[in-house]
Write a new protein. Structure first.
Length: 273
C-alpha cells in the first residue's frame, strides 16, 4: 500500500502571486492544494484568541444548537463571521484570488466553522462535504479552505485526502464505514507551518486521523467554504439569510467579488431528516 506524505512546497505561495498552471492542474487532477503560510502572522495572532473565545464561552455550542434545533434556538446571537479576525479571514484577498482562479470570478461564501481540536479528540471518518441534496453531478465547483492556524506537526492529528475522489458521484458518507483507516493512494498531511491552508474540492474524500499515542497540542482550525455561481446551492445553516446579511452589514463585501454574500446563489433551507 502506497502512502505519500506531501512535503511543503518550496515555490512561492499565492500570498505573493497567483497560482501557476501546475498548481491549477494539480487541483483539477487531485482535488486539493497545499498553501503553506498563506495567512500572515498578525492575522493568525488575532484569530487564535477569537477561537478560544468561541470555544470557551459556549458560543460554538450555542451555534451548533441553533443548527440542530432552529425552532427552539433561533438565530445565534454571535456567528463566526461576527468575530473581527474571522470576518477578515473570510475575505482574505490572497485566498479569494486563489478561489477565483479555480472557479471563476462569480462565487459565493457558503459557511464557516471554527474550533480548537483537543489533543485527544477522536478522528473523523472518511467523508466529503459537497453540498447537494441528491448527489448527482459535479458540474460546479465548491471548495473548502481548511486553515491550520498553528500549522501541523507529527504529534498532532493529520489530514488524509484521497486524490481524484472529487470526481466520483457519491454520498458524503460513502466511505464512512472505513473509519479513518489508511486507503490505497491516499496522501497524508501531518507537517505544515503556521498559517497554512489546505484548499480542497468539497467533493474530495478526506479524514482527520487522530494520533492517540501522542499527547500533542490543541489544533486551532478554521474552515470556510465557497461555491461557484450557476446552480442553486443548498444552505447548511437554517439562518443562512441572516448570516449573509450580517456579512454585508460588517462591510465584508469586496468590490472585486460583489456577489460574495448574495442570496441569489442559494436554494431554500431544508432541515435534514
Amino acid at each position: 500500500m502506497s502512502v505519500q506524505t506531501l512535503p511543503v512546497p518550496s515555490r512561492t505561495s499565492p500570498s505573493s502571486g497567483p497560482l501557476d498552471d501546475g498548481q491549477i492542474e494539480q487541483f483539477e487532477r487531485d482535488g486539493f492544494l497545499v498553501l503553506p503560510g498563506l495567512l500572515p502572522a498578525d492575522l493568525v495572532a488575532r484569530l487564535k484568541p477569537e477561537v478560544d473565545r468561541w470555544v470557551d464561552t459556549g458560543l460554538r455550542a450555542r451555534s451548533i444548537a441553533c443548527v440542530l434545533d432552529p425552532d427552539t434556538h433561533g438565530v445565534p446571537e454571535v456567528m463566526e463571521l461576527d468575530l473581527p479576525a474571522h470576518g477578515e479571514l473570510l475575505v482574505h484577498e490572497p485566498l479569494l484570488r486563489v478561489v477565483e482562479q479555480l472557479m471563476g470570478p462569480d462565487f459565493a461564501f457558503h459557511h464557516m466553522h471554527s474550533d480548537r481540536h483537543a489533543p485527544d479528540l477522536p478522528g473523523k471518518a472518511w467523508h466529503h462535504d459537497y453540498e447537494q441534496r441528491v448527489q448527482s453531478h459535479r458540474t460546479h465547483t465548491m471548495v473548502h479552505a481548511l486553515h491550520y492556524l498553528d500549522g501541523m506537526d507529527p504529534d498532532m492529528a493529520g489530514l488524509a485526502v484521497l486524490p481524484g475522489s472529487h470526481r466520483e458521484i457519491a454520498a458524503k458518507d460513502a466511505r464512512a464505514h472505513l473509519g479513518t483507516e489508511v486507503l490505497e493512494g491516499e496522501v497524508f498531511l501531518e507537517e505544515l507551518p503556521a498559517g497554512s491552508t489546505v484548499l480542497v474540492h468539497s467533493a474530495l474524500f478526506h479524514a482527520r486521523r487522530a494520533k492517540p499515542e501522542f499527547p500533542g497540542r490543541p489544533r486551532y482550525f478554521v474552515d470556510a467554504s465557497y461555491c461557484q455561481a450557476g446552480v442553486p446551492w443548498p444552505p447548511v445553516k437554517p439562518y443562512w439569510r441572516e448570516m449573509l446579511a450580517r456579512a454585508r452589514a460588517h462591510g465584508l463585501v469586496r468590490r472585486q467579488w460583489p456577489g460574495l454574500f448574495a442570496e441569489r446563489h442559494f436554494d431554500d433551507y431544508v432541515k435534514p431528516e
